[in-house]
Design a protein around this ligand. Sequence first.
Ligand code: NAP
Ligand code: GDD
Length: 364
Amino acid sequence: MLKRALITGITGQDGSYLTELLLSKGYEIHGIIRRSSTFNTDRIDHIYEDPHINNRRLLLHYGDLSTAEQLTNLIYNMQPDEIYHLGAQSHVRVSFDVPEFTGDITGLGTTRILEAVRNSGIRCRFYQAGSSEMFGSAPPPQCELTPFHPRSPYGAAKVYGHWMTVTYRDAYGMFAANGILFNHESSRRGETFVTRKITRAVARIHAGRQTKLYLGNLDARRDWGYAPEYVEGIWRILQQDAPSDYVLGTGEAHTIREFLEEAFGYLDLDWREHVEFDPRYLRPAEVDFLLADASKAHRALGWEPKINFGELVRVMVDADVEEIGMTPKGAGRAILEDKVGEWHQWAGSVSKYLEAAAGTALGD
Ligand code: NAP
Ligand code: GDD
């Protein structure tokens, strides 16, 4: 019997990779997308299936985390085996500009899904996309037992979502699990997060299309990993015998300055000639140092990321160089071929899994 998964945030970085992973595992996938006046499905267009095709395994539904009624109907009618709740206003800096909205979508959105599951009376597994931002100013390394001390409206909203997930697990016996994920990046990372902002700029400077890059605080340290590896961890969290909470991260931290060195250096550029400070990118309160202790995930999930910091940077720079129509240096593609499983390739194609499974899907 095929498993059926519901993914909120399917159009985001993680949602798109998770969809590819689950398609490769034979799942039927339902994704919630927001109505938009322009197309917002770029990251999943390559796996989108025309509604007129029989036995589709990827089905999209309009919905919004601000409204409970429609979520409850959707979950009741769909009867998913697993729910991956990834949807959120996920930008930390922006959360200071729109704190109430962030609380509504990133915080209460979780409660709306949990309540929808409870009200529909179905038994399904629930994943909450928690964040290392919840640790905020707690000293590194941070693990599942580290007390939260968020430093942003986003971090505070995620703490609320985390504890609501624990509450529904304890109060109603739901299989509800929290991932506490440290920063993970890729060529699909949103363009305003610092890693992608840098790798895009490196590619454009290399191509002569841009000369300056404006950034804020270069001293913060982050534990950056490669996103496709993290969605494998997310899936494993929901395959355990009992629900629990897990930190996922690499155990290696670097400053933004080190990221700049690595990214510009890969294309023989000197970042000091191009980077300028702009205070608008500072946050009212900063998270200085995030470093994962993911030993529980290593032990219980058998999850170990393979792509290290330098490799991540090369994968991202190569992808951005390719995106602007130039030939990349090539180390990035070689790294993925060498280290990453077959569902995830440089081009990100999972079409062979779609073709292989045609005729076995549940249909709609
Ligand atoms: P992302 O790229 O920003 O994607 C966020 C997704 O949420 C998008 O699909 C977005 O839809 C959707 N969304 C936003 N507001 C919504 C609303 N009101 N109703 C329905 N959907 C809405 O984020 P990500 O990097 O994939 O991260 C996935 C999740 O993990 C998020 O919850 C994030 O907070 C959390 N997380 C991420 C990291 C990381 O390093 N990436 C680390 C820890 C935790 P649109 O495409 O229409 O905007
Ligand atoms: N975005 C951004 N833009 N960040 C900058 C810039 C800039 O121009 N200049 C410096 N930074 C610094 C930020 O101050 C922060 O210390 C660091 O770069 C990383 O910022 P982001 O890439 O925006 O990520 P984040 O760490 O704040 O949040 C991301 O990771 C969280 C997990 O720890 C997001 O993906 C969150 O959704 C996620 O939960």
